[in-house]
Design a protein around this ligand. Structure first.
Ligand code: FE2
Length: 287
C-alpha cells in the first residue's frame, strides 16, 4: 500500500473523533492518532516487530504492583516524566525546583515526630537531615507535611527488600519555625529496577540504569502548593547521566561530614556524621 493510499486510514480515524463530547478528550485523541500514525510511518514496523511492541507494553503492565510501578519507570527513562515536569513547573523565582516522583512512593508511609531516626539500624554513614520550609518571602511555613524516602547504603529501597517493612521513609510535619529534622544514613546511587522490560529496553539502547544518590521529598498541606523533589548528593558519579534525567543543579547539595561534638544536644552521636542542611522554598497555595 502506498503512502497516499494509506492516508485514508488516518483520516478515517480522525473523522470518528470529531463528535467527542469533551473538547480536551477530542484534541488529545486527535494528537495521539496523528503522532502515532506518523511514528508508524517513520519506523515501518514488520508484523513481528509490532507484535513485540504490544508484548513489551503488556509486560510493562504485568510488572506493576502496589510497590513497583513499571509504567512510571518507562515514562521516567524515556524522559517523558521530566518533560511533563518541565511544562508544568516553571519556577517563577526562588521556589525550590521539582523533579520526578519515582517508582517507590507508597501510601502507607509511617508518621514520625521530628528528630527521630528512620534507618531501622541499617548499616551506613549516619546522616542528619536538618530542613526548613519557607515561602518566597522567607517566612516559615508551619504544619506542612514532609514525605521523605531514600535508598539504603546498598542502593535498595525498603519495598525492594520486604513487602511489609517500612524504613528509610517517613512523614514529618514542619514545626512553628518551619523546621523539620530526622536521622538516617547516607543514601547510595542505585540502578532503577532493571530486571523487567524497562531494564531490557535500557540494555537494548546501550544505556546504564543508574541514578545518582538522593533523598526524596514530597511537600503538601492546606497552605502550600504541593512540591515533589529530591536533593542529590554532590560529587556522585551519575549526576551527569541520571537514567531518568531528574537532576537539576539547584537540587545538588553537599552532605558534609561533621564531628560528633557538632550533633544536636538532644541526639548525641559517637562518630562523624553527614549532614544535609537545606531550606525549601514553597509557593503558598492559590486562594
Ligand atoms: Fe529514588
Amino acid at each position: 500500500m502506498s503512502e497516499a493510499s494509506s492516508q485514508w486510514i488516518t483520516d478515517e480515524v480522525l473523522s470518528r473523533l470529531k463528535d467527542a463530547p469533551n473538547e480536551r478528550v477530542r484534541s488529545i485523541s486527535e494528537a495521539l492518532v496523528r503522532h502515532l500514525h506518523a511514528f508508524i510511518r517513520e519506523i515501518e514496523p514488520t508484523m513481528s516487530e509490532w507484535e513485540a511492541a504490544i508484548g513489551f507494553l503488556t509486560t510493562v503492565g504485568q510488572m506493576c504492583t502496589p510497590e513497583r510501578q513499571e509504567f512510571i519507570l518507562l515514562s521516567d527513562t524515556l524522559g517523558a516524566s521530566m518533560l511533563v515536569d518541565a511544562l508544568n513547573y516553571q519556577s517563577a523565582g526562588s521556589e525550590t525546583e521539582s523533579t520526578v516522583l519515582g517508582p517507590f512512593y507508597v501510601s502507607d508511609t509511617p508518621v514520625f515526630e521530628n528528630g527521630v531516626a528512620i534507618d531501622a539500624g541499617m548499616p551506613g554513614v549516619t546522616l542528619y537531615v536538618d530542613g526548613k520550609i519557607v515561602d518566597e518571602f522567607g517566612n516559615p511555613l508551619v504544619g506542612v507535611t514532609i514525605d521523605t524516602r531514600q535508598s539504603d547504603s546498598d542502593g535498595f529501597y525498603d519495598v525492594q527488600r520486604s513487602e511489609s517493612l517500612r524504613y528509610l521513609r517517613g512523614r514529618f510535619t514542619s514545626d512553628s519555625n518551619g523546621r523539620f529534622s530526622f536521622w538516617s544514613i547516607l543514601p547510595s546511587s542505585y540502578p532503577i529496577p532493571d530486571d523487567g522490560p524497562v531494564g531490557a529496553m535500557l540494555k537494548a539502547q546501550g544505556r546504564h540504569p543508574y541514578r545518582p544518590a538522593h533523598v526524596h521529598f514530597r511537600f503538601f498541606g492546606d497552605e502550600v502548593t504541593p512540591l515533589v523533589t529530591h536533593i542529590f548528593v554532590a560529587g556522585d558519579q551519575y549526576l551527569e547521566s541520571d537514567a531518568v534525567f531528574g537532576v537539576k543543579d539547584s537540587l545538588v547539595e553537599r552532605f558534609d561530614l561533621h564531628d560528633p561534638a557538632e550533633a544536636p544536644a538532644d541526639h548525641p552521636v559517637t562518630s562523624q556524621f553527614a549532614q544535609l542542611k537545606r531550606t525549601f522554598v514553597l509557593k503558598r497555595a492559590d486562594r
